[in-house]
Design a protein around this ligand. Structure first.
Ligand SMILES: Nc1ncnc2c1ncn2[C@@H]1O[C@H](COP(=O)(O)OP(=O)(O)OP(=O)(O)O)[C@@H](O)[C@H]1O
Ligand SMILES: [Mg+2]
Length: 352
C-alpha cells in the first residue's frame, strides 16, 4: 500500500492495507474533500504501466478536481456520484466510462463506497480496467452487423439468381411442353398436363421464395414503393390499418440503405402485430437534413418497463443494421404506443 504520511489523519491504513493490496482492481482511498490518501499496489503498477504522470502516484492530489479537469461526460458523472456519496447518498456508486490516455482511451468500471464517520467520511474507490471486455463486445457487435449486411447481400444475389435464371428455365420448359404436337400418341396428354402442373407449382414456389428473400419492388421501384407494397399486404393479413407519410417523389437510396430500412419496417411492423395490440400504425419516411428518417408509430401498449422486457433479436437486429450504416435506432414511448425511429445517413442511389 502506498500511503502519504501525515495527510491521512484519522485513517488507519494498516487496517485496510493487506486486503486492498490483495485486490487486482486499482483502489484509492479518498477523504471527504476528495483528496487521495492512499492507493493500493495494483494502482501503483497501473500508473507505471500506462506511464501516467501522477506525482507520487496521485497520492495527495484531489480526485474530484482531477475528474473536473478531465471534463468528459464520464468523468463528470463520476465526480457528481462521488460528491453525492460524500454528502451521504446511498452507495455503492458504480459507473463505466472511458478514460482518455495519451495513446488511446481505456474503459474503466468504477465502484465506490463510503466508510468512516458520518461527518468525516472516506471513500474506497475501485477501478477495474474493462477495456479488453469492451473491445471484445464492440468487435462482436461490428462482426454481427457485418454478418447481417452480408446476409442481405447474399439473399439479394440468390433471389436474383432464382428469379432471373432458375425461373426462366422452368418457364421455358412449360412453353416447350405446350408446343408439343397435340397429335401425340395416346396417353401422353395426361402425362403432359401433370408435368405442366408440376412446373407451374415449382415456378410459383420459386417466385414467392425469391420475393421473400428480396422483394423485386425494392430492386426495381425503390424503398418507398417496396414499403407500401409490403405494408399493404401486411395490413390485409394482420387487421392493422396503416397510414403512410411518404412523399410520392421520395428519392432512390443506396442499396444497403434501402435494404436495411426495409428490414426495419418488416421487423417493426411484426412487433406492432405481435406486441402492441394497436389497431393502427403510421409508417413515415423522409429526408431530415443529411439523414433519412424512417418512423413506425403504433398506438398500443408501448414498451414494457425495462425489468419486464424480454430481449429478442428483432430490435437488436435493427440497431445493428443501422449502426453498420453509421445510423442509429431510437425507441420512444409515445403515449399511447411506441415510435420506432430509424436514422441512416442520406446516400443517394449508386453511392454504396
Ligand atoms: N411495438 C411494440 N409495442 C409494444 N412492445 C414492443 C413493441 N416492439 C417491441 N416490443 C417489446 O420489445 C421486446 C423486444 O422486441 P424484439 O423485436 O427485439 O423481440 P421479440 O419480438 O420479442 O422477438 P423476435 O426476436 O422474434 O423479434 C418485445 O418482446 C416486446 O416486449
Ligand atoms: Mg420482434
Amino acid at each position: 500500500m502506498h500511503t502519504a504520511k501525515g495527510i491521512a489523519d484519522g485513517f488507519d491504513p494498516a487496517f485496510y492495507e493487506s486486503a486492498l493490496d490483495a485486490l487486482t482492481a486499482n483502489v484509492a482511498v479518498v477523504d471527504g474533500r476528495g483528496k487521495i490518501l492512499a492507493v493500493n499496489e495494483a494502482w501503483v503498477q497501473s500508473v507505471d504501466l500506462h506511464d501516467l504522470e501522477f506525482k507520487d502516484y496521485g497520492v495527495g492530489c484531489n480526485y474530484l478536481a482531477f475528474c473536473d479537469r478531465l471534463g468528459t461526460p464520464g468523468a463528470g458523472t463520476v465526480a457528481a456520484g462521488l460528491r453525492d456519496l460524500i454528502a451521504g447518498g446511498p452507495g455503492p456508486f458504480r459507473h463505466e466510462y472511458a478514460l482518455p490516455l495519451a495513446i488511446n482511451a481505456i474503459w474503466i468500471k468504477l465502484s465506490a463506497v463510503r466508510v468512516g464517520r458520518v461527518n468525516d467520511p472516506f471513500l474506497i474507490v475501485a477501478h477495474e480496467d474493462i477495456s479488453t471486455q469492451r473491445r471484445a463486445e464492440l468487435g462482436l457487435r461490428e462482426a454481427t452487423a457485418r454478418l447481417l449486411h452480408a446476409e442481405d447481400t447474399e439473399r439479394r444475389r440468390i433471389a436474383r439468381e432464382l428469379h432471373d435464371s432458375t425461373a426462366q428455365y422452368l418457364a421455358g420448359a412449360k412453353l416447350m411442353l405446350r408446343s408439343l404436337d397435340a397429335k401425340d400418341p395416346a396417353g401422353t396428354t395426361l402425362l403432359r398436363d401433370e408435368v405442366a402442373d408440376l412446373l407451374t407449382s415449382a415456378l410459383d414456389e420459386i417466385r414467392s421464395f425469391a420475393y421473400l428473400l428480396h422483394p423485386p419492388a425494392l430492386e426495381h421501384l425503390g424503398l418507398a414503393a417496396a414499403i407500401r407494397q409490403f405494408a399493404t399486404g401486411f395490413s390485409r393479413r394482420g387487421d392493422i390499418a396503416l397510414t403512410f407519410e411518404i412523399s410520392d417523389d421520395f428519392p432512390r437510396l443506396a442499396h444497403a440503405t434501402e435494404i436495411a430500412l426495409y428490414r426495419v419496417v418488416q421487423e417493426a411492423l411484426a412487433n406492432v402485430h405481435r406486441h402492441s395490440g394497436s389497431e393502427r400504425a403510421i409508417v413515415g419516411l423522409r429526408i431530415a437534413g443529411e439523414m433519412v428518417l424512417l418512423t413506425i408509430r403504433d398506438f398500443g401498449s408501448g414498451l414494457p418497463p425495462r425489468r419486464d422486457a424480454v430481449p429478442g433479436v428483432g430490435l437488436e437486429g435493427m440497431r445493428l443494421r443501422l449502426e453498420f450504416l453509421k445510423g442509429h435506432l431510437t425507441l420512444r414511448n409515445a403515449e399511447p404506443g411506441l415510435a420506432v425511429e430509424a436514422w441512416a445517413p442520406f446516400l443517394p442511389e449508386g453511392q454504396d
